[in-house]
Unconditional design. Structure first.
Length: 416
């Protein structure tokens, strides 16, 4: 089977995902996507007519984020008309899934040059979201709700903490580490290779740095924050008065009382952003003189309980390691998305990982989580870190709504 290689990865800074506060919030999602696609083409002297496909991730595909952003962003970026595009939704896992599918196309021999990535404007989500409606299931879809009750993600995070016995101090400590590591990474320029400046249509700078991190965060400050999802737990979401908490208790009646430990400081940040990776076959690179940075070793997908929703990354990591023929001790860099602190904390505990190898440069609690783009960002971050440390393997995974997780293992090329 042919190999698939990562030639390049780039991303925008993450902008605060609130209109009036965020430096990217005034831009159209397709314009933000076109920014990374244009940068990828310029950085690699890309002949865009030779791009076989653009596989894009966007979770909330409505309004401005509807209409196949992958294709529209490419046209906006000035790509050749023959470069096709498709946009998919695996919720938070979209940005890893696009890379996995791009790799599969190249490894199958069906394509030679594919771009994968994603865009999400969380500032736009805030304008169209209805917090009184169930996030996954329509109130009329009662059969599916009875079989697989799905709640609000933050309430799920607190339910997992309750079942696993993970306390507030543990998740606050992890949040503090995330902030400190992100601050160190920014100060040392660890993101610079992948980070691109976003410019407004008139050429002025919109954003050239990470906007969300709060390096001034302290343990005392985190301890003083009020938990958020205790308030959402009891919101009625249908005419019968069903609540988010009750949906979880239908399947897990042993939860008689929720241990609410998550708040704004130990949950992922609401941000805007986009990312893109260039995936090529060995034959195409030889023809064009491109230099690969990493080989895609293995990919995997895993489903888990949709009611708890956030637990699949552990099984996904185990599956992708098996497919790669590796063990956890072979992995030098781990990226597990910090959707909520309990996700990363549980992942580290279940796999018994060295914490110094996990989210080395901080995670979504410090940097933010632009849903459809985050997975592609994390792959680029892991690759940059492999190169910085001159290490070999990285594993990237993340939870996704519906109780899913995609995963990928990459190998730094010069380590082969």
């Amino acid at each position: 089977m042919p190999d698939a290689f990562i030639v390049d990865a780039c991303r925008t800074p993450r902008g605060i995902g609130k209109v009036g506060r965020g430096s990217l919030a005034h831009l159209h999602p397709s314009y933000l996507g076109s920014t990374v696609l244009r940068a990828l083409a310029e950085r690699n002297n890309l002949k865009t007519a030779e791009v076989d496909d653009i596989i894009w991730g966007t979770s909330s595909q409505v309004g401005k984020q509807g209409g196949d952003l992958g294709r529209m962003a490419a046209l906006n970026a000035g790509y050749a008309e023959r470069s096709s595009g498709v946009t998919l939704d695996r919720f938070c896992g979209s940005g890893i899934t696009t890379v996995n599918l791009a790799a599969a196309q190249v490894m199958s021999g069906m394509e030679d040059l594919v771009i994968a990535g994603g865009t999400e404007m969380m500032s736009y989500h805030a304008q169209i979201a209805d917090p009184t409606q169930p996030p996954m299931l329509d109130s009329g879809n009662l059969d599916l709700r009875d079989m697989h009750p799905q709640s609000q993600q933050g309430v799920c995070a607190d339910a997992i903490a309750t079942l696993e016995g993970i306390d507030r101090e543990a998740v606050d400590n992890l949040a503090l580490v995330s902030q400190a590591r992100a601050a160190r990474a920014i100060a040392e320029g660890r993101f610079n290779k992948s980070l691109i400046t976003v410019k407004n249509p008139d050429g002025t700078v919109a954003l050239d740095h990470e906007e969300f991190p709060r390096p001034e965060t302290t343990k005392e400050g985190l301890a003083g924050l009020k938990t958020v999802f205790s308030m959402l737990r009891d919101i009625p979401i249908d005419e019968k008065g069903t609540t988010y908490g009750a949906l979880i208790q239908r399947k897990y009646p042993e939860i008689t009382e929720f241990n609410h430990i998550h708040h704004a400081g130990n949950s992922s940040g609401v941000v805007d952003g986009a990312a893109a990776l260039l995936i090529a076959s060995e034959a195409y690179m030889q023809k064009t003189g491109m230099t690969p940075r990493a080989r895609i070793v293995a990919t995997a997908n895993m489903g888990d309980c949709p009611t708890l929703m956030l637990n699949a990354p552990v099984a996904a990591a185990e599956k992708v390691l098996m497919k790669a023929g590796l063990t956890k001790d072979d992995i030098d860099v781990w990226e597990i998305n910090e959707a909520f602190a309990v996700v990363a904390e549980r992942f580290i505990r279940k796999l018994d990982l060295d914490r110094e190898k996990v989210n080395i440069n901080g995670g979504a609690m410090a940097l933010g989580h632009p849903i459809g783009a985050t997975g592609s960002m994390l792959i680029g971050t892991a690759l940059d870190e492999l190169e910085r440390q001159q290490k070999r393997y990285a594993l990237i995974t993340m939870c996704a709504a519906g109780g899913m997780a995609p995963a990928i293992v990459i190998e730094r090329v010069w380590a082969i």
